[in-house]
Design a binder for this molecule. Structure first.
Ligand code: V47
Length: 361
């Protein structure tokens, strides 16, 4: 039996993948075998269900103190293409969603030079006043670390303030790739890997659920992707605080790495399946439809994903500005059900904590 066949057998028997075996599987397993293994793991966790939610994004600003090379979104202060919503703008925007049935607002944006945690505590408090039923999933670890440090607080103190204000979960952004040398080349100014992990570790200790991402398809190798997944798996062994993992494909329009091009869809599918297999302790693997586009998302459902994110309502610009297919991303509940049912699975609405919502259609 070849070594890849041995590894496939071991995975089928539930053995945990180590880095060298993961690399062999990633490189050598036939695509259909990876799909089969990943789908089987997905079924063990979530049966035939594929989760989605009714959500919108709030991106208060694209002004950012950092200048990551893969980012198409960030503008310096004073640029004609920069936006910077005032607190009143934010409240007017959020108010539009009153009575709309959304269950989550995902807040993310540039790391603004002038706002500290007290500004965002006030923002969350006022959003919860307007939309008490809506869960606030807010700020990447990098934004959190900056706003908390700027106020001279410890992570523990800062996160407690945000939780008191109504923050219920943390999204997975800012992880990029954990390998320090690659990180130094694609986002040299950004918070470190250790900082990202420490924010999530502290959040988990305080009882928050968080997500994790990995930005792939730029200058990293498969070894770097595996290292990234291993570091997440180790933290999850320690805390069990991650709800979902989201592999993010590098999209190449309008940023300083554009010359690299984009990896083919088959790489997206292998990456998704390998994420499901390596992260044996993370319950949900999300195929973020805004980043893949709808067609690839449908394919992703046969490679271990059990979540496609939400309705979005044309509220995020990160991927449209980076060249994604959907320039005004929006998906109706009926469209999501149809997509999931076409691949023989069952679409289930969830809230931010993955509780199923069955009382409305
Ligand atoms: O951290 C930026 C990525 C992330 C590009 O937690 C890019 O549910 C590809 O984290 N090509 C922010 N990716 C988005 C994010 C996210 C999205 C959806 C759901 C969740 C969740 C989290 O977007 C950044 C960065 O890794 N990103 N530019 C680009 N050109």
């Amino acid at each position: 039996m070849s070594s890849v066949e041995h590894i496939i057998r071991a995975v089928e028997q539930g053995e945990r993948l180590q880095a060298d075996a993961a690399l062999t599987l990633w490189r050598e397993a036939p695509l259909w075998r990876l799909a089969e293994l990943a789908l089987e793991r997905k079924r063990a966790v979530s049966g035939d269900k594929v989760y989605y939610n009714r959500n919108f994004h709030l991106e208060p600003t694209n002004i950012c103190v950092f200048n990551c090379k893969f980012c198409s979104y960030r503008r310096p202060k004073g640029s004609a293409e920069a936006w910077d919503m005032s607190m009143d703008d934010v409240m007017r925007y959020v108010e539009c969603y009153r009575g709309s049935g959304v269950t989550e607002v995902h807040i993310v944006g540039g790391v603004h030079p002038e706002h500290d945690i007290y500004y965002y505590v006030e923002m969350i408090r006022r959003i919860k006043e307007l939309l008490p039923q809506v869960a606030v999933k807010a700020f990447t670890a990098i934004e959190l670390s900056y706003m908390i440090r700027r106020a001279g607080l410890s992570l523990d103190e800062g996160l407690r303030l945000l939780i008191q204000a109504g923050m219920e979960a943390i999204p997975g952004g800012g992880a990029e790739i954990f390998d320090e040398q690659i990180r130094e080349q694609i986002c040299p100014e950004k918070g470190s890997t250790e900082e990202w992990l420490e924010v999530h570790r502290t959040a988990h200790r305080l009882g928050l659920k968080t997500n994790a991402t990995m930005l792939y398809g730029h200058i990293e190798s498969l070894e770097h992707r595996i290292d990234h997944l291993m570091r997440l798996r180790a933290l999850q062994d320690e805390t069990s605080g991650f709800n979902a993992f989201i592999p993010l494909k590098y999209r190449n329009s309008g940023n300083s790495l554009s010359a690299l091009g984009e990896v083919p869809i088959v790489d997206d599918l292998r990456t998704l399946a390998m994420s499901r297999l390596v992260l044996d302790n993370v319950p949900h693997i999300k195929a973020y439809w805004v980043m893949y586009g709808k067609q690839t998302t449908e394919l992703a459902l046969s490679f271990g994903a059990d979540d496609i994110d939400g309705t979005i309502d044309d509220s995020t610009k990160i991927y449209s500005m980076a060249g994604a297919e959907e320039q005004r991303p929006k998906m109706s509940v009926a469209e999501m059900h149809a997509m999931v049912e076409r691949v023989g699975l069952r679409a289930v609405e969830r809230d931010t904590m993955y509780n199923e919502i069955t009382d409305k259609k």
